[in-house]
Design a protein around this ligand. Structure first.
Ligand SMILES: [Zn+2]
Length: 96
């Protein structure tokens, strides 16, 4: 199955901008690369902070994990529905 997110089509995660997230009302989740903590981010607030042109490639380096407060190495995931498997481009890591 092709990896497609509604609204943004076949683009890679890294190419999606904060403005896209706001426009298509995507649920943006950052998964911490260190402790696997997941946090839902407010895209409108992020646009206010960083501007709508910031991409998902740049964003993880700008946000701190709310749990371990580390920065960088995070993964950007989108919640696409209410089901356990409704994530793009992949499901979150299981918490250890
Ligand atoms: Zn963390």
């Amino acid at each position: 199955m092709a990896r497609i997110l509604r609204g943004v089509g076949v683009r890679q995660v890294a190419e999606i901008t904060l403005q896209d997230v706001v426009t298509h009302q995507l649920d943006l989740v950052i998964e911490c690369g260190f402790c696997s903590h997941k946090g839902l981010l407010d895209a409108v607030e992020l646009v206010g902070l960083f501007g709508g042109r910031m991409t998902m490639k740049e964003l993880p380096d700008q946000v701190r994990c709310r749990q371990c407060h580390r920065r960088g190495g995070h993964a950007v995931l989108f919640k696409t529905g209410d089901g356990k498997k409704d994530w793009w481009p992949r499901q979150p890591e299981a918490r250890r």
